[in-house]
Design a protein around this ligand. Structure first.
Ligand SMILES: [Zn+2]
Length: 308
């Protein structure tokens, strides 16, 4: 079954666990939210994946979903194209404003500097990313224009479960590196950018069509569906970055009809509901003492019997 972004009204984020919502996705701006809370007493972590909406609109959409803008801990960028990094963020990160730490791939740091995004809380990452003790990500750099784009496999630990989110947009090509990184995640959010026939028939200039379809631009519906079948998400598939000019929700859904799990479409103007990522049960780890070293989730012993 395919659900559209407008099927559910906004709800406040539930209390414990890992939750994911796409605020907007498309060539006019991309922004998703991850909320993680390990237990009812624990503080919740709020992470934005890309920030392609203005700070004001982002703040309004978050508030409508029960999150204050000053609760955003990290903004993780896949890359810094304007539809993933709105120019307004250069002046929004300041004392008394958004306090979020910006996380930028090391390859994009020069561009971040030119965009005025190097603040005290800006941190580069390479092949892994730690948000806190219970939430971290493996990173794969994929082809996209000159500088590439980061794809993520987030892993979150709650009291007795471990949940994995795969996030891949603007990846150009879904090769073995991407499949291996995301194989068997619980929720997969992946772009399904264009219908090849609509792309070919569009009045876009040839150089743009070549850029999009040439292996360092975007995934077609069919490429996305093939990748999704190989990755085989356990709980849900969320389709990102549908082209307004060269795709339709119907064409994207049709391509993913045999994906084997519920499929949800994101939208440029209407946020999705919160998706709870249940993950799988794992051995309960004792709470570390205050002097114990902080470790990334990926340093922990693998979950009971889980193969990923
Ligand atoms: Zn994009």
């Amino acid at each position: 079954m395919t659900t559209r972004a407008s099927d559910d009204a906004p709800q406040p984020p539930p209390v414990t666990g890992l939750f994911f919502c796409v605020l907007a996705s498309g060539s006019s701006g991309n922004c998703s939210v991850l909320v993680h809370r390990t237990g009812p007493e624990a503080p919740r972590r709020v992470v934005l994946l890309d920030a392609g909406l203005s700070p004001r609109r982002t703040g309004r959409l978050l508030s409508e979903r029960g999150i204050r803008p000053d609760e955003v801990d990290d903004i993780v960028f896949t890359h810094l194209d304007t539809d993933h990094c709105h120019a307004g963020w250069a002046s929004a990160i300041r004392p008394g404003g958004w306090r979020a730490r910006l996380r930028v791939h090391r390859r994009h740091m020069g561009r971040a500097e030119r965009a005025g995004l190097l603040f005290n809380p800006t941190e580069p990452f390479d092949d892994s990313l730690t948000i806190d003790r219970g939430l971290s990500a493996r990173v794969g750099m994929m082809a996209h224009d000159e500088l590439g784009v980061a794809a993520f496999r987030f892993a979150a630990r709650t009291h007795a479960a471990e949940a994995h989110l795969g996030f891949a947009t603007d990846v150009g090509r879904a090769g073995p590196g991407l499949i291996g990184l995301l194989k068997g995640v619980d929720l997969l959010a992946i772009e399904s950018n264009y219908c090849p026939e609509m792309q070919a028939l569009s009045d876009r200039p040839e150089f743009l069509k070549r850029r999009i379809t040439g292996g360092s631009g975007h995934l077609s519906n069919q490429e996305s569906a093939r990748a999704s079948r190989s990755i085989c998400p356990r709980e849900r598939l969320v389709l990102l970055h549908l082209s307004r000019q060269c795709n339709t929700p119907e064409a994207a859904s049709r391509s993913h009809a045999d994906s084997g799990c519920p499929v949800s479409l994101s939208d440029q103007h209407t946020p999705t509901p919160w998706y709870r990522i249940a993950g799988r049960a794992c051995r309960v780890e004792p709470e570390p003492t205050a002097s114990a070293p902080v470790r990334s989730l990926f340093d922990l012993p693998s979950a009971g019997g889980a193969a990923w």
